[in-house]
Design a binder for this molecule. Structure first.
Ligand code: 13P
Ligand code: SF4
Length: 317
């Protein structure tokens, strides 16, 4: 199936017929981003899903995102074009592992990145995304210990920003972002002096980016640690002519649309998320034709997880 005009017409017709809104994450392939009703980062899409008027949400992203939409809107039908679209970061902690960690720190507040399963969210006090992780931790009494999971690089960023030593961080990672390392960033920064650096906090190079700024190798104002949605906002407001982008490569499409005059270059052009790329034009068409794959979350788990997701939606931007 090619993403032709006929395909686009058929997707729109079927979406209307099903009373469906199509949401796409910034890492989706360009054709999917372009057909979606809304494109955004994890937090923005959660907010849109929570407020959607349509009875069906088609989530073009990975499974935990569709699951989060279902937790927020249990009465809606939530479809994902391929339910096998998982996430290596969400897989880096199980509910059993979290239960054990909690038992070692019974008074701690549990902050989970939204990249987690519903069963992990059920054991969580507040969820966060990359765009509000710092705000979420700052909303907690500084005297309380925090268990932050599962991403070690985002966790390190949160510890640096909040200057809280009592934030304990799980050693999980996203294999795509962990592979964007400090050496690659330094090399690209040297080749493109003067370029801005947009760095997603899940990246292995997030700390290196800040060292480059501290050492004066890159002007401090040029280094920005941002969520994917934050990158789009920064691009719109930017006067830069070149920007090095450290995140999944799907991001470049939305950035070029937001600021066509800027030359956006990936720090690692191989950083492509195989799960995000499972959502193809053919898969989206099939989802709308068949009403599949439908996302189910056990109602008791959803009810127990909902509070942590609603707190995430309420905090920060
Ligand atoms: P954001 O879009 O919230 O920055 O998250 C990035 C990500 O890796 C989602 O899987
Ligand atoms: Fe998960 Fe990483 Fe893919 Fe995002 S890019 S969905 S964190 S595996």
């Amino acid at each position: 199936v090619e993403a032709t005009d006929e395909w686009a017409d058929e997707i729109r017709r079927l979406a209307d017929l099903r009373d469906a809104v199509i949401l796409a994450h910034n890492y989706q392939v360009p054709e999917i981003q372009d057909i979606a009703h809304h494109v955004g980062d994890s937090l923005a899409l959660s907010r849109i899903a929570a407020g959607a008027e349509q009875s069906t949400i088609v989530f073009c992203g990975v499974h935990f995102m569709a699951e989060t939409a279902k937790i927020l809107s249990p009465d809606k039908t939530v479809l994902i074009p391929d339910e096998a679209a998982g996430c290596s970061l969400a897989d880096s902690i199980t509910a059993e592992q979290l239960a054990e960690w909690k038992s070692e720190h019974p008074d701690a507040v549990v902050v989970s990145y939204v990249n987690t399963t519903a069963a992990v969210k059920e054991l969580t006090d507040i969820c966060c995304t990359s765009s509000n992780a710092v705000d979420v931790v700052e909303s907690i009494d500084p005297a309380r210990e925090v268990l932050f999971l599962p991403d070690q690089f985002l966790g390190a960023h949160v510890r640096r920003k909040t200057r809280r030593d009592n934030v304990l961080v799980w050693a999980g990672e996203c294999h795509v972002h962990a592979a964007i390392n400090g050496d690659q960033l330094e090399d690209q920064a040297r080749r493109h002096p003067g370029a801005d650096l947009y760095v997603h906090p899940e990246c292995g190079c997030a700390t290196s980016a800040l060292y480059l700024a501290e050492e004066g190798a890159v002007p401090a104002d040029n280094v920005k640690i941002l969520s994917t949605g934050g990158m789009v906002d920064a691009a719109r407001a930017s006067g830069a002519s070149q920007v090095l982008v450290a995140t999944e490569v799907g991001m470049i499409h939305q950035l070029r649309k937001a600021a066509p005059e800027i030359d956006f270059m990936p720090v690692n052009a191989d950083a492509s998320c195989p799960y995000m790329k499972m959502i193809t034009p053919a898969a989206l068409l099939r989802a709308l034709v068949e009403g599949a794959d439908e996302v189910h979350v056990d109602p008791a788990t959803a009810a127990a997880a909902r509070g942590s997701v609603e707190r995430m939606i309420a905090i920060g931007n």
